[in-house]
Ligand binder design. Sequence first.
Ligand code: CP
Ligand code: NVA
Length: 300
Amino acid sequence: MKHFLKLTDYSTEEIIAFLDLADRLKAEQKQGVAHPVLAGKTLGMIFQKSSTRTRVSFEVGMSQLGGHALFLSGRDLQLGRGEPIKDTARVLSRYVDGIMIRTFAQQDVEDLAKYGSVPVINGLTDYAHPCQVLADLMTIREHKGKLAGLKLCFVGAGNNMANSLIAGCVKVGMNISVACPKGYEPDAKLVAWGMESGLLIVGQDVLEAAGDADILYTDVWASMGEEAEAEERAKAFQNYQVNGAVMAAAKPDAMVLHCLPAHRGEEITDDVFEAHAADIFDEAENRLHAQKAIMVKLLK
Ligand code: CP
Ligand code: NVA
């Protein structure tokens, strides 16, 4: 049984196959061609953190595929009162055909997959956000016509987004440069793996990292769960912003992506955000299509 826990679990060919299916499902939906291929199936969606895009796109996506999605708030489940993840996994597996989970520890997602008997999808952990990066790659390929050989520059915290972008870019043969303050680097193991490919560079200089980039990507300075560090992070990250100067270092036709939600005036200026809003909201839309592809591949 296949799960969708992190992109490094997948081969290049498998990632491209997800993207090809996502493109097809998007084209069908735009043409009004129904594809109820998951009729009768139920997806359980556990959320231990907030969400706008992930929740809505999974729920709408499941409905477009003819199935049903069940929103399970971490606050209301017995999980929130200490019922172990391995018991939750075994119980939910008796009712639903797949589980999407957004939580803190990556280990919880891995345990859910280990103890459950249905496919598990990672809807964001502190370590990874693979669904987002699948939508990002889909958006880049749509706009640039290819993936391999392009350069993406990530500016900001070495967080779940930076980690999954490293995994996704390296898998599809894209160069990726990460600019982050000292002490806020992405996952060390993943960095070592990325460096081995020759496609990843991690440094502290934003303008150097942005040089000749085809895509500029950023994310919030303080992620969900890091609220207590927000002030300290705001100081550490004050020079880590996608602004006019950074855009000038990149290729003239560089696109700007942001997983959202965005904090204007922090990791991105309002003018850069609005100038590239078309890219950013295409990216948000593609969450729907990319996740439909994941659900079809895992649950059908
Ligand atoms: N990008 C993303 O995952 O958005 P949500 O937190 O709104 O789901
Ligand atoms: N890094 C952010 C991404 C939100 C989609 C967070 O984890 O809060």
